[in-house]
Design a binder for this molecule. Sequence first.
Ligand code: ATP
Length: 589
Amino acid sequence: MTEKEIQNSKKLNSIKSFLPFLRPYKKQLIIAATSLILAASATLVVPLCFRKIIDLGFSDISHEQINLTFINLFAAAFVLAFASALRYYIVSWLGERVTCDIRKAVYSHIILQSPEFFETQQSGELLSRINNDTSIVQILIGTSISMAVRNLFLLLGGMTMMFITSIKLSLLILATLLLTVVPIMVMGKKVRKLSRNSQDKIALASAIAGEKINAILTVQSFANEQKEIRAFNTSVEASFLASKIRSAARGKLTFVAILLGFTSIITVLWLGAYAVSNQEMSGGELTQFFLYAVIVAGSIAALSEVLGDSQRAIGAGDRLLELLSIESQVQNPKEPFIPPSSANKAISINIQGLSFHYQSIPTNVLTDISLNIQAGEKIAIVGPSGSGKTTLFKLIQRFYDPQSGSISFDGVDIKNYKLDDLRKLIGVVPQDISIFSENALENIRYGDENASDQDVIKASKIAFVDEFVSKLPDGYSTFLGDRGVRLSGGQKQRIAIARALLKNPPLLLLDEATSSLDAESERLVQQALEEAMKGRTTIVIAHRLATVKKADRIVVMENGRIVEIGTHSSLVNNEGLYSHLAKLQFTDA
Ligand SMILES: Nc1ncnc2c1ncn2[C@@H]1O[C@H](COP(=O)(O)OP(=O)(O)OP(=O)(O)O)[C@@H](O)[C@H]1O
């Protein structure tokens, strides 16, 4: 295939890939097509009526004939009005409906991606795709396609009628029309390229804004507001420039299309006037021919306009399809293992020869990790920053698959679990806690959407959340603010613990906060954690002496490898990395 053929087949595929979204609405499509054909046919009948009116003249004919002619004209007008209105409603409805479905599909596709996807995609850009690109596709489905079909129908119908009226004049017009189409095609291609460019620029501007608004405290504390305003302005201006270039190209396209279209009609009519004067055709026939030529020219102009719009839509559609075609790196197994229903008791973990590197960097972050953890055991992981502790947590939750080795829960490789089932077994208390723009009750219920209010409050009491939430102005109904800005670090942690407890998981993964909490908060968080760990297998990334001392075993990591395993006292006596770290790192050591 030549490059052009590949491009064309891609274009076709872009449109084809949207077909599944249209499939559920066959009934509406049939109504739309019928009303569209009716309206176009009514338009094509009008010139016939006019020819009759002119050629009959009104002096020599009966009133009955006059009445019939005008009633016919009125009937055509009625069909035209009714069918056009129906077409407008159904087609707009389809556009809105399908866009809504595409939006839903894109969002659920994004949210099911593994974290690797989000390492390369900016959230602002993804939002722009959900909002802007889908809106453009809406124009395609809600307007452009129906305009294209209607005008194509008018073009073909008008041409046929023109040939019936006068073959000679029609052939002439056809020849001049060919001269019109070629430049339109060439220019249309350019517009499409520019459209994609302009959409990319808009997405980039949203991405920049989204990222900085999310990090507003960092922006303001470095007094970088003006810098960020300038950066955003530059990127918005770039998107304006891209749109300007696109609009100019589109404007030129419209100019060329209309001018060439009309030039060809005027030329032919000129010749038509001679034909009437030589009595080769009647005045009514020339009028009829003229009206069809106007319809044909109008439809060509409209088609060129639609071409511009659909180029834009295909650009946006391409981006959406590209997004929808990305498969998550972590997939559910074909035949998943069904965990037994008594799954809430502690589980054992077996890690065997685990090695892993992130796709972006080929050096191993974890190398040959092997570790057996018994059901109910409490393991503390310590190690210098960057030694791979958090990465190990990510692999246990199967956010990534290792390049070699395996992790098993109660003897079953975690790859055999459905992702949902696997993650239901794990409660995570991360360092970086997400609080959503909802009230306290709903924020905690995020751990288990089916939990009753009583369950939420029970978990809150164990996690010492009740202690501060009940003092808030509206208690559990208090809105916690965008991303929890109204909560302290220790309070957020306790919310995270309550969430994890509500899930009642057999395995707890705790990432101990490195930021120092005040003594009272620290005591409450520790107490909450101790409650949470009861009866479960627990792995904690430890930064405090109190935590490591309570652990059954301590795993010491360095450069992605396990270098020591033992209890606090045995490791301190070892004089290895642990004793060195213990002296330096543990705040209360
Ligand atoms: N998404 C990622 N892509 C590429 N490299 C990553 C990614 N996440 C982490 N890394 C790298 O992997 C290594 C281990 O990181 P990890 O977060 O697991 O360390 P850690 O022991 O938990 O450190 P800390 O105690 O500072 O949290 C680091 O060198 C880090 O730069």
